[in-house]
Design a protein around this ligand. Structure first.
Ligand code: AMP
Ligand code: MG
Length: 312
């Protein structure tokens, strides 16, 4: 399955405006959650068709990734509640062989997790070579929710003298070092911030209340978090500023329109995979001889076998 130059260009139009690889001067205010690159709802079917093709293409790339067994891919998803993380993960990766990808959701840390450094639980879930690992939330929570609610920091059992004003800057440094280390070891890192507006979040929460099938998703705590919206936004802004890098870019994905969010996420993953030198492994002499032998055995058996009788 190949992709035309025109399609490559189209993919780029969906990724380029939202990619942040240098954090200096990054401002969330420059990104509009309602952005659809001037595509209207009339373009929605076309975008959905493009997504369907993208999903197929992604599956083909993932097959090579798995066969080649050199690179690993880490997709980090961060967002406010109801921004559409789960849906984006579900739709964009729907075509990918389940054996080749692993999704890990990070919730409030357990007692065991709190007994370790903050990267520990995420390190344990890193994808193997040949796999796509998806983090539904991640170590970034430790500079987001934990920064917004400093009581959470107190629960992390750090020795008091290590907890000072500089802790967030130090955590950014640690995250940068961690991501650089991973990149140097063959992990392609792509980070998504699904950027939903406060109004759209409210609308989606109300839908969760109105629709019995969505009631289960609703948590009162999520609504209370809205009071801290601005603190979250500045925490996100600061995190992106400090951790965007060429080898670990952020995509600030407009998230007020789900069809558009999914198209951008798919495009970014495809572009990322395309940047790797993915190819099926070449067969060497020994393997070639093995294949020839296998063919001889199979065709030999075919000769000896009786043709099935007709009619039964
Ligand atoms: P959800 O993704 O809606 O299932 O919610 C998971 C919750 O766990 C969110 O409210 C996160 O903010 C919270 N969470 C994730 N990681 C951490 C962490 N390191 N410390 C505290 N809370 C966290
Ligand atoms: Mg939630």
């Amino acid at each position: 399955m190949d992709i035309s130059n025109q399609e490559r260009k189209t993919i780029r139009t969906f990724t380029q405006p939202f990619r942040v690889e240098r954090g200096k001067g990054f401002a969330l205010a420059d990104f509009n959650p309602g952005d659809t690159l001037h595509l209207g709802s009339a373009d929605k079917p076309r975008a959905q068709e493009a997504l369907r093709k993208g999903v197929e293409y992604l599956a083909a790339l993932q097959d090579k990734l798995y066969a080649q067994d050199r690179w690993a891919v880490l997709l980090v998803f961060q967002a406010m509640d109801a921004a559409g993380k789960d849906g984006a993960i579900k739709h964009v990766l729907s075509g990918v062989n389940p054996q080749g990808c692993q999704v890990t959701s990070f919730k409030a840390p357990s007692a065991e997790e709190l007994d370790h450094d903050f990267l520990w639980r995420c390190s344990k879930a890193l994808p193997e070579r040949g796999r796509i690992g998806i983090f539904n939330r991640s170590y970034y929570e430790d500079v987001l929710v934990v920064r917004v609610h400093e009581a959470l920091l107190a629960s992390q059992k750090l020795p008091p003298r290590l907890v000072g004003k500089k802790i967030w800057k130090q955590r950014f440094e640690d995250i940068c070092s961690f991501e650089r280390y991973l990149a140097r070891n063959g992990v392609l890192i792509i980070k998504f911030f699904l950027h939903v507006s406060r109004d759209e979040q409210k609308k989606r929460f109300l839908e969760r209340l109105d629709d019995p099938d969505k009631n289960w998703k609703f948590e009162l705590g999520d609504v209370r978090e809205r009071a801290h919206w601005d603190a979250y936004m500045s925490a996100y802004e600061d995190a992106i500023r400090h951790t965007a890098a060429g080898h670990a870019p952020w995509y600030v994905v407009p998230a007020d329109n789900k069809w558009f969010t999914r198209a951008v996420v798919a495009a970014a993953i495809i572009e990322g995979l395309q940047s790797l030198d993915l190819a099926y492994p070449r067969v060497d002499e020994t393997k070639r001889a093995e294949l020839a032998e296998a063919r001889a055995v199979l065709t030999g058996q075919a000769k000896g076998a009786r043709a099935p009788r007709r009619g039964g």
